[in-house]
Ligand binder design. Structure first.
Ligand code: ADP
Ligand code: MG
Length: 327
């Protein structure tokens, strides 16, 4: 029988070289079959990227693939899970091999790096969108949830904050800056590193964790709500890159505002008891990922922003100006 366009796609998606031992049956049947090790939970998460909402329809397919998989891996990282399997539901306007080839190349490059195997999916015709379901493994009782923060815990973030939002303003031509600086920030927007090894290392140490997909302010509120605590963040402790400060022309306050609101950072935000500071340092040493203490868990039920321990001297008015969106 002649190959139809969807056979071509399946051919593309069956190209991955990685074959995990725990995959009994992958692409090609009605379902995939996987083996779950004893004493583990399967952590499952789904995210969709829709052209025109989450990325521009003419965006580089290699970057779109990276972003789709990296943002899903980030959810596994935030749960303390080790990536295992992924399914891909792809809706394409046309079968464009010039789009599919770089998409698959980039997807498998990242998937192989994190030992996650594509085990199935669905392919349909329609407006461009990508939905991934990732699955990871976490030892029972060790998953990092949003609900475990305790009064007295420290609040941490990995990496730097704000670069992704700055990159997005450049992609959307809302700002212009030096070309070298622009390429660094645009790359940070598309190519955040999922913090898998950090998440795994935080098992047994962090009391709560999530990944920053909507901005520190919006995301930390989830820990506040789920853990029923108050959190104070000191904006002076927010980790800012030299590139972000340069982008903001040295305006530190503007950089802090971007750092507070920038989504799609895919850094981890977590809480941990003060008594575990040394254990935390030892556990994260091998990851080569920097982390910063940005605040404290208190009794109460709200999120407050401080500057060197005092109330902010600037309002979060003008906030909307910095909340960038490509919807
Ligand atoms: P069915 O009609 O039985 O649901 P499909 O024809 O949709 O099966 O898919 C056949 C096989 O190809 C299945 O194993 C499915 O998981 C896989 N598949 C289809 N599209 C994709 C994709 N985009 N990525 C990975 N696997 C896919
Ligand atoms: Mg079937």
């Amino acid at each position: 029988m002649a190959k139809n366009e969807f056979d071509i796609i399946k051919h593309y998606f069956a190209q991955q070289q990685l074959h995990r031992d725990d995959v009994a049956l992958a692409i090609g049947d009605d379902c995939a079959l996987v083996d779950v090790p004893a004493d583990h939970y399967v952590a499952v998460s789904t995210d969709s990227l829709v052209a025109g909402t989450h990325f521009l329809a003419d965006a580089d397919p290699a970057l779109v693939a990276y972003k789709a998989l990296a943002s899903n891996l980030s959810d596994l990282a935030a749960m303390g899970a080790t990536p295992a399997w992924v399914s891909l539901a792809l809706t394409l306007p046309t079968i464009d091999e010039a789009w599919l080839a770089p998409f698959c190349h980039s997807f498998f490059e990242l998937a192989n790096q994190y030992n996650i195997q594509l085990i199935g999916g669905d392919t349909t015709k329609g407006p461009l969108s990508i939905t991934l379901t990732v699955q990871g493994l976490v030892p029972r009782g060790q998953a990092l949830t949003r609900s475990g923060a305790q009064v007295g815990d420290d609040v941490y973030v990995t990496g730097n904050l704000g670069d992704s939002a700055a990159g997005l303003t450049l992609i959307l031509n809302q700002h212009h800056c030096d070309a070298n600086l622009a390429s660094v920030l645009v790359e940070r927007h598309f190519k955040a590193s999922p913090r898998i090894s950090v998440g795994e290392s935080l098992r047994g140490i962090a009391s709560a964790a999530l990944d920053i997909s909507d901005g520190v302010v919006a995301d930390v509120k989830h820990i506040v709500d789920r853990s029923k605590v108050a959190i104070e963040i000191d904006v002076e402790q927010l980790p800012l890159s030299a590139e972000l400060l340069a982008f903001c022309g040295g305006d530190r306050q503007r950089a802090q505002q971007l750092a507070l609101s920038s989504g799609e950072e895919y850094e981890l935000c977590f809480t941990a008891p003060t008594a575990k500071r040394d254990a935390l340092k030892a556990a994260l040493a091998h990851t080569n990922v920097k982390y910063s203490c940005i605040g404290k868990v208190k009794a109460g039920s709200n999120l407050s922003l401080l500057q060197l321990g005092k109330p902010l001297t600037w309002q979060l008015s003008g906030w909307d100006h910095f909340v960038v969106t490509n919807n």
